[in-house]
Every structure is written in structure tokens, then in C-alpha cells.
Design a protein around this ligand. Structure first.
Ligand code: ADP
Ligand code: DP6
Ligand code: CO
Length: 327
């Protein structure tokens, strides 16, 4: 096969990944846990070609915009070489479209590299298990390892072999996307993490407490304890933004409107509609609630969004081939 198309969805972490143990292999300093979404898909087509090129959302990318994707193709070619495939010497054209905002804290790097891992490995003729696809996607963007997985995922800290994501059972829930600003963030996740790890005095405590909280989260998921899952998720998100803010110079991803959303979520709880909040490295907030409350929560948060729309999201599918390739 010389061409393949894949689709992947972003995932939103309930226990966050923020910091690497190994920058080259993208090994996380601690494990994390997430829900794969069922909206804001990335669709990526990889076609073997004379040269490497990358088009994102209809815009041809120059050297800077394409470098991460080309480095990823090099990795796939290395695997193809090891597997003895004669595709290993070929270049590729990558065409990708994100239905959600790019580089705005809504996990475009997760859906982007998960889709690319599935499409590129297929175009180059590699036959990889979901586990190996998760390990491969991890090398593009750490959070992408989790978008290979259906519904809820734990991404293990470990070495190159053992650091992959796999599905875990969790209480049924919905997320409500509350986009407050969808422009590109000033500091990418990649750079923000390095700044935090090297300058934030709270970073060691962040890493050890994340390991502890992940264990607690896995237990809460096993027990199907929605309340505990929600409490842990909101606390852990706030801890991440705190450790980031303590960097020097300080980095802040949340905006005043993001904080208003967290206040509104607390108000919903006070009104008996159990809802919790989380936010990745950006100002956009995701509310977590029981499925039966999703519509009312969306209604109560809508006026704080950029365009008056707060989409209800449900647990979604891991990255997969689409079209003829999926047969
Ligand atoms: P986000 O919060 O959206 O994940 P990041 O800072 O983690 O933001 O990553 C944004 C980067 O991810 C982009 O600058 C780009 O390099 C990469 N990216 C986003 N979408 C895609 C895609 N569809 N295919 C390949 N790479 C992508
Ligand atoms: C705040 O996976 O985007 O969304 O591995 O450098 O590509 P790189 O970073 P990325 O970081 C995600 C950070 C986060 C939390 C999370 O998704 O767990
Ligand atoms: Co990202």
C-alpha cells in the first residue's frame, strides 16, 4: 500500500502529562489518564512521493511547520528499514485536516500524531499492533499515545518498550467543550514543559504527586466512582496550572474567562448538578459530568464560550484507518 488515510480524535487528560523523563524518546516523567473524544477529528492521508511535504488545514507548511512531521516520517522509515521493507527509502506527502482548533490547548497534537502514526505506518507497509502504534504515536507527541485507545486510556511511564497507552474501564461520563479562545497558544506544550521542569521549584512535587494521584484515579475508575474521578481530575488540572505558573519567567495558559468557567462549574455543583472542570495547556475548559446532565451543563456554560456553542462530547474511538484501507 502506498497511500493510507486515518482518523483520530483528541483526548483530554483527567490525570495530566506535563514533563518528560526523556526528550528524544518522549518518555513521560509520570503516567497519565484520559478520555478519547468523539468529535474534533483529525483526518490525515499519507502518500508515498518523490519529496517530503506537509499540508495542514489546506496550508502548505514550510520547513519550520513541517519539521516535526518530517522527523516523524524519518522514524517510520527507520522502522520500515529494520523490517526490510523497500518503501524505507521513499519520501511522503502528508495532508491533514483538524476539525478542532490547532495548538490551542484542545489536543491537536494528540489527534494529529495519532492519525499520522496510523496512516504513515500503513502507507509504508508496517503492520503494527495497537500497542506499537501507541508507542510510535508517542514519539510524535506524548499525548498522542493515548489517542490510539478507545474511550479511556492510561499511558504508562516507563522505557521505550513499556511506555504505551491502554484502555481502562471508567464510569460513563460526558465532557462539554467550552472554547473561550482558539488562537494559537504563546508557548507550545513542548516548550512549556521544559520551562516548568527546569525552572519551577514545585516540579519534583508535581511528578511524585502525579504518580500517587494516578493510582487513586485508576482505583476510582475501577470502582466506577464518578465523584472521585471528577474531584481528582479538577484538582490535578489546577495543580498542573500551578506548577506551570511557578516557572521563571511565569507561564500562564488560563485566561480570566477560563477562571469564570471554573467558577460557573462550582456553581453548577452547588446547584446539585455534579460537574467538574479541567483544562490542558491553553485557555479552553472541558467540563466533566454525568451523561444525563450533559445538556443542561452545556446550556449553563454556553454564554462563556467564544461562539455561543458548548459541544457535548462522549467517549470516542481510538485512531483507525478509514476508506478502502480500513477493509
Ligand atoms: P495542542 O494543545 O493543540 O496539542 P501543542 O502545542 O501540543 O498544542 O501542539 C501543537 C502542534 O502539534 C502544532 O504546532 C503542530 O506541530 C502539531 N500538529 C497539530 N495538528 C497536527 C496534525 N494534524 N498533524 C501533524 N501535526 C499536528
Ligand atoms: C497539558 O503531548 O502536547 O495536554 O509530548 O511535547 O508533544 P509533547 O506535548 P503534548 O502535551 C500535552 C500536555 C497536556 C496534558 C495531557 O494531555 O496529558
Ligand atoms: Co498537545
Amino acid at each position: 500500500m502506498t497511500q493510507a488515510t486515518a482518523r483520530a480524535y483528541p483526548n483530554i487528560a483527567l490525570v495530566k502529562y506535563w514533563g518528560k523523563a526523556n526528550e528524544d524518546l518522549i518518555l513521560p516523567a509520570a503516567g497519565s489518564m484520559s478520555m478519547t473524544l468523539d468529535d474534533f477529528a483529525t483526518t490525515t492521508t499519507v502518500t508515498l512521493d518523490e519529496t517530503d511535504s506537509f499540508s495542514l488545514n489546506g496550508a502548505e507548511q514550510g520547513e519550520a511547520g513541517a519539521s516535526r512531521v518530517i522527523a516523524f516520517l524519518d522514524l517510520v522509515r527507520n522502522f520500515a528499514r529494520t523490517a526490510g521493507l523497500d518503501t524505507a527509502d521513499q519520501n511522503a506527502r502528508v495532508v491533514s485536516v483538524n476539525e478542532g482548533p490547532t495548538a490551542a490547548g484542545m489536543a491537536s497534537s494528540a489527534s494529529g500524531f495519532a492519525a499520522l502514526a496510523v496512516a504513515a505506518s500503513s502507507a509504508y507497509g508496517l503492520e503494527l499492533s495497537i500497542r506499537d502504534l501507541s508507542r510510535l504515536a508517542r514519539r510524535g507527541s506524548g499525548s498522542a499515545s493515548r489517542s490510539l485507545v478507545d474511550r479511556f486510556a492510561v499511558w504508562h511511564a516507563g522505557d521505550d518498550q513499556s511506555s504505551y497507552a491502554e484502555e481502562i474501564p471508567a464510569p460513563d461520563m460526558a465532557m462539554i467543550a467550552v472554547p473561550v479562545a482558539t488562537g494559537q497558544k504563546a508557548v507550545s506544550s513542548r516548550k512549556g514543559m521544559v520551562a516548568t521542569a527546569t525552572t519551577s521549584p514545585f516540579y519534583p512535587a508535581w511528578v511524585t504527586s502525579t504518580e500517587e494521584i494516578l493510582k487513586e484515579m485508576i482505583g476510582a475508575c475501577k470502582d466506577s466512582d464518578f465523584t472521585l474521578v471528577g474531584e481528582i481530575a479538577e484538582t490535578h488540572a489546577m495543580r498542573m496550572h500551578a506548577v506551570i505558573a511557578a516557572s521563571r519567567p511565569s507561564i500562564r495558559y488560563l485566561s480570566p474567562t477560563s477562571l469564570e468557567v471554573f467558577d460557573r462549574i462550582a456553581q453548577l455543583r452547588a446547584d446539585g448538578i455534579e460537574t467538574y472542570g479541567t483544562a490542558d495547556a491553553g485557555p479552553n475548559v472541558f467540563a466533566i459530568t454525568r451523561p444525563e446532565h450533559a445538556e443542561v451543563v452545556s446550556e449553563r456554560l454556553r454564554d462563556l464560550t467564544k461562539d455561543g456553542e458548548a459541544k457535548v462530547l462522549r467517549p470516542g474511538r481510538g485512531a483507525h484507518l478509514v476508506g478502502d484501507d480500513a477493509l
